[in-house]
Design a binder for this molecule. Structure first.
Ligand SMILES: [Zn+2]
Length: 434
């Protein structure tokens, strides 16, 4: 990709102005405008041309960046006379955007390993790839629904029904778009990608969600500026970029997150332990990625289907989200090895490399999120979990809930009462060993 479009104006949408005449993208974080961080980021990943879409306050922006010479790339401007949401300016540039291009919002601070996202976009042959992530307030966010292949199947704008269950996955305002999308944009009509375009587009074209725990935050409220500055100075913004090795805490589901009632077939039977939201919130405050890895042989056994399982995970995400806790990723194994039972799904009755004690799910997560497994942890209640973790070099912690390692055999590196105690133990260990 060579071209990026930055939405740096758009009055009346999310780019509202502060009391002063400073456009939000020119707000200073640690002495430098937000937009300048974006320009530097684009330069770092080889972009050659930036289009900035501005409005009546565009003078300030143009005066600062000029033609881009000081930044080592070409910057051009398109000034909207009449603000047409997030879509209008891009539609106006249609003739100049004949290859895939990147869209970002001028009021965000971000640091994403872009080549990784681009590789995803190419592998999926996507017409559009949207950056998505879980957040700590999904109940009042616009959500996307994603299938197991990362394709976005629906947009769920807020407000949500108070009783509804949903996966915690939010569209984070960074898009790779192909020119295939242009026929869906109307010239001269005010529209917004999130509200008006993507909900329809995802039914017509392959639109994918690229889930990442990397840093991207917008200046939704003035208070955010302080938080974002703090994150920048503490190294959190750069540290989360997936070009750096990350660390994870892998968590088994049944018997660790939720009461073990045998195979859970229906979301009504899914019940989180009361200490779990606090445990996950604690992880969210560290630099560890929280990843659930769960064997779900009930799929192979024909006891429940993928939709039932998705509903269970929607409930899990929703209950956590209400408590301000989020999981960064979830992997499940639908397989089971022994064939020959009534009602089974033969295609899933196979020996796979993902069913724990195999380590396939951990390896998959490690590749996706660039995880250093030897500096990561696994928390489980079953010998299978401990073996899976040890095989790839994780430090393992056995808990006394669920199976409570009742089978004997493989010993964990540490033991803890439950998930919360295990997370506290990890935090203690990290403090001791730095
Ligand atoms: Zn499997």
């Amino acid at each position: 990709l060579k071209t990026a479009v930055i939405l740096a104006g758009g009055k009346g949408t999310r780019m509202g102005m502060l009391a002063s005449e400073v456009p939000k993208p020119m707000l200073k974080v640690n002495g430098q405008p937000l937009l300048a961080y974006q320009v530097e980021w684009l330069k770092r990943y080889g972009f050659e041309e930036i289009w900035m879409i501005t409005n009546h306050l565009g003078d300030v922006i143009e005066a600062y960046f000029g033609p881009g010479d000081d930044f080592g790339l070409s910057i051009k401007y398109y000034r909207e006379v009449e603000p047409l949401g997030t879509v209008g300016g891009i539609k106006a540039l249609e003739q100049l955007l004949q290859e895939d291009f990147l869209v970002l919002y001028g009021d965000t601070l971000l640091d994403i390993d872009f080549p990784r996202m681009l590789q995803f976009h190419m592998q999926k042959s996507a017409a559009a790839t949207l950056l998505v992530h879980p957040n700590d307030h999904p109940y009042d966010s616009d959500l996307v629904q994603i299938d197991a292949n990362d394709r976005i199947t629906a947009f769920l704008p807020k407000p949500h029904e108070p009783e509804a269950y949903y996966r915690n996955m939010v569209n984070a305002a960074l898009y790779i778009l192909s020119p295939l999308i242009f026929p869906f944009l109307q010239q001269g009509v005010k529209a917004d990608f999130g509200k008006d375009i993507f909900p329809k587009l995802c039914k017509e074209l392959p639109v994918f969600g690229y889930n990442t725990p990397e840093y991207i935050k917008d200046m939704g409220t003035p208070g955010r500026l302080e938080a974002v500055t703090e994150d920048l100075l503490s190294g959190k913004v750069a540290g989360r970029n997936l070009r750096h090795l990350q660390r994870a805490i892998f968590i088994d589901r049944d018997g660790v997150m939720n009461l073990d009632k045998g195979l859970i077939c229906h979301y009504d039977d899914f019940e989180l332990y009361e200490f779990v939201p606090e445990a996950i919130r604690l992880i969210n405050r560290t630099d560890f990625i929280a990843v659930v890895v769960t064997n779900q042989p009930g799929i192979a056994k024909g006891m429940y289907d993928f939709h039932d399982l998705e509903m269970i995970h929607m409930k899990m995400d929703t209950l956590l989200g209400r408590a301000g806790a989020k999981l960064d990723a979830l992997y499940f194994c639908p397989h089971h090895p022994e064939k020959g039972f009534e009602g089974e799904r033969p295609q899933y009755k196979v020996s796979c490399d993902c069913r724990k004690p195999a380590s396939g799910m951990l390896l998959k997560a490690a590749e996706r999120f660039h995880i250093d497994l030897s500096r990561s942890y696994l928390i489980g209640d079953h010998e299978r979990d401990i073996i899976a973790g040890k095989r790839v070099g994780c430090t393992t912690i056995g808990v006394e809930t669920g199976h409570a390692l009742s089978m004997g055999g493989e010993s964990p590196d540490y033991r803890a009462k439950d998930l919360l105690s295990a997370v506290k133990l990890i935090i203690d260990l990290e403090t001791i060993h730095g």
